[in-house]
Design a binder for this molecule. Structure first.
Ligand code: RWZ
Length: 362
């Protein structure tokens, strides 16, 4: 029983129930408790959304988290897994449906999935349709990539589209359904997800490569094969010059999405939706600035310091703040570019374009 495991979170939830921020029914209690457990940072930014939208985003997140738990569970044979991924969007409507997999808090989520279905069925029809549509497309995309390696940079963009770009498309639909926002274009919404996903993929190199039993890697062969013969060779000391050059090319690739992200955020109206979108984006550019030319990415996980994270959350309120932060982190990146780096020209070109956008608009 998750309620016994996390007394502190339970206390916090009780306080929020008392403030009428969470519906009192047990399925909603379970969903918000689960959200806290599986993603502290997401639970933090979701809190500022208007109530109706927040409930939809919470369920959207948990449904995708459950889908991801199925994809991630290496003990499920492919011939069992693929049909589940493909039909997952239908199970969301079925309070009786159940599939045991995953470990720890993800196992709890799967075992108690009926709470998520129950909450889903209480959402407005438009929210339900948006969540179903994205779940269907993400499940199909995950199934496609189970037996497919990330070979080219196009594959990389395609994989990131399924696991993150579609989240962007879905969120844009939920924002629009809530009434305050215009419907953003698919292309800009996709970029919002790709920028975050690519940043995570870069930052998590070591975590992913050391994963047992199965290490699924998302760095595209087309990029790393210019520097090493095997992806795991990047972590060995003797390859550190090549490793950092490869890392810098990955960062340069991620920077290609920044201008779309700035346009997307510029078009938002509601201040709470704006903050919900902007905080993770500012953290991402900050993370890229820390990772660039940093051999530590191959030695451990490079994370923004707690204090810097708190600063970002506190100081990301308006578009001017976002331009300011992207400007500062791009300057920091620019100062780290070494003329000997094989992609220096391309990196500087992308950074200068971002700096110009921030200067002209901010
Ligand atoms: C705000 C328009 C949050 C777009 C992408 C941002 C995050 C990285 C993590 C879109 C369930 C979320 C955990 C799907 C598996 N992508 N992706 C706008 C955005 C879902 C789990 C987390 C993936 C994963």
């Amino acid at each position: 029983n998750p309620d016994d495991l996390y007394p502190l979170i339970k206390l916090k939830l009780a306080a929020r129930h008392a403030e009428k921020q969470i519906p009192p029914e047990p399925h909603w209690g379970f969903c918000y408790l689960m959200l806290q457990k599986v993603s502290r940072s997401f639970a933090l930014v979701i809190q500022q959304l208007p109530v109706e939208l927040r409930d939809a985003v919470c369920i959207f997140y948990l449904v995708l988290r459950a889908l991801d738990t199925v994809e991630d569970d290496t003990s499920i044979p492919t011939d069992v897994k693929v049909p589940i991924l493909i039909s997952f969007h239908q199970h969301v409507y079925d309070r009786e449906w159940h599939f045991a997999c995953g470990t720890k808090e993800y196992k709890v989520l799967m075992d108690q999935f009926h709470h998520v279905s129950t909450a889903f069925l209480e959402l407005g029809k438009l929210y339900q349709q948006a969540i179903e549509d994205i779940t269907m497309r993400m499940g199909a995309g995950m199934a496609k990539f189970i037996c497919k390696e990330v070979e080219t940079t196009d594959d990389y963009d395609e994989y990131c589209h399924y696991v993150a770009g579609l989240v962007g498309l879905g969120l844009s639909k939920l924002f629009h359904a809530s009434g305050t926002e215009d419907l953003a274009s698919d292309s800009l919404s996709n970029s919002m997800g790709l920028f975050l996903q690519k940043t995570n993929i870069i930052r998590d190199y070591l975590e992913d490569i050391n994963e047992v039993p199965k290490c699924r890697m998302f760095w595209p062969h087309e990029i790393w094969s210019k520097y090493v013969n095997k992806l795991e060779d990047l972590k060995y000391e003797e390859n550190s010059v090549k490793a950092v050059q490869c890392l810098n090319e990955m960062v340069t690739n991620a920077l290609s999405h920044v201008e779309d992200c700035l346009t997307y955020m510029f078009n938002l109206r509601d201040p709470s939706i704006f903050r919900f979108c902007a905080i993770p984006q500012v953290m991402a550019i900050g993370t890229l600035a820390m990772c660039y030319d940093n051999i530590e990415v191959f030695r451990g996980v490079v994370k923004m310091r707690r204090g810097l994270t708190a600063k970002v959350i506190d100081r990301t309120k308006t578009m001017a703040d976002v331009y300011g932060a992207f400007f500062d982190f791009s300057c920091m990146l620019k100062s780290k570019v070494n003329n000997n780096d094989p992609n220096a020209t391309k990196t500087l070109k992308r950074l200068d374009a971002i700096l110009k956008t921030c200067r002209d608009s901010g």
